[in-house]
Design a protein around this ligand. Structure first.
Ligand code: MF3
Ligand code: CO
Ligand code: CO
Length: 281
């Protein structure tokens, strides 16, 4: 359980397939984000698309999770359950897609993004763009011989410098034939600490970044996790493969996400620092 799997080239090729479907699903669902759509409708669209691609939604019935995708709105950190809630102008929503492919003896791919519904507030732009960049910084720390703590340290240092906090209670994870495997990948920590990364390992990086404090509050449904202070929370996730040169982002997208990274403010947030952008408007 504690041992970390190093994938063979054949297994890596199969990971690329499941991750490609997950990435395509995220791009597809991004184009469907709009006010008045329910999170349950997003769930159905993801479910049907996944099955049409020959995959299966890994989250459905996972430890009893009742739906095929997680939809986490505003102060929901993660594991939001799709339902009758209608997205509203100004909301932010993370859609977390995990795909199993093929259905037998297959591999999982896990990726998520936070989308803007209509016109976001400055606060929403800040937390979303900080979390987007946190994932990029985490990915940049991955290479053969680096350590797990290098990823968390890079993310924490930047998030806190932007006045945000890093969720402690949920972390990235090894992924492959199992949805959640060793190692854990915290999005906080100290450089040059923790396990050493090795070429052939596959895991997720999925920083959950809060505008307020990092404390979590589990709702009575047993799944939905909100910020304790009800501040906004945003998250982005990729599945990565450690390589000799650095890493391969297995859930990299063929197209930019609609309602997220194609927004002019999102682009500005990446070119300068999100804080600089927020301060200049
Ligand atoms: N996809 C989530 C992750 O990134 C896990 C969701 S578990 C579920 O690890 F059961 F809520 F779907
Ligand atoms: Co994950
Ligand atoms: Co996920």
């Amino acid at each position: 359980m504690n041992s970390i799997e190093v994938l063979s080239p054949v297994m890596i090729e199969r990971m690329r397939e499941s991750c490609r479907i997950a990435a395509d699903t995220l791009v597809m669902i991004g184009s469907r984000i709009r006010s008045d759509i329910t999170t349950d409708e997003l769930n159905s669209i993801v479910h049907e698309y996944t099955v049409a691609r020959g995959g299966w939604p890994s989250s459905l019935n996972y430890h009893g999770f009742p739906k095929s995708v997680c939809t986490s709105v505003n102060e929901v950190i993660c594991h939001g359950i799709p339902g009758p809630y209608k997205l509203r102008n100004g909301d932010i929503v993370n859609v977390d897609v995990t795909t199993y492919y093929p259905a037998k003896n297959g591999f999982h791919g896990d990726t998520s993004a936070t989308f803007y519904v209509g016109k976001p507030s400055r606060e929403a732009i800040h937390v979303v763009e900080v979390s987007r960049y946190c994932l990029e910084l985490g990915i940049a720390a991955v290479r053969d011989g680096a350590r797990v703590g290098d990823i968390g340290a890079a993310i924490q240092e930047y998030a806190e410098s932007e006045g945000c906090s890093v969720v402690r209670d949920f972390v990235g994870h090894g992924i492959g034939r199992q949805y959640h495997a060793a190692p854990q990948i915290p999005h906080f920590g100290k450089q040059d600490s923790g396990r050493r990364l090795k070429a052939g390992m596959t895991f997720t990086i999925e920083p959950m970044i809060n505008l307020g404090g990092y404390e979590c509050d589990l709702m009575a449904d047993g799944w939905t996790v909100k910020t304790l202070d009800r501040s906004l929370s945003a998250q982005f996730e990729h599945t990565v493969l450690v390589t000799r040169e650095g890493c391969e982002v297995l859930t990299a997208r063929c197209q930019p996400l609609e309602n997220s990274e194609d927004k002019p403010w999102a682009r500005l947030g990446r070119l300068s620092s999100p804080a600089a952008f927020t301060n200049s408007t």
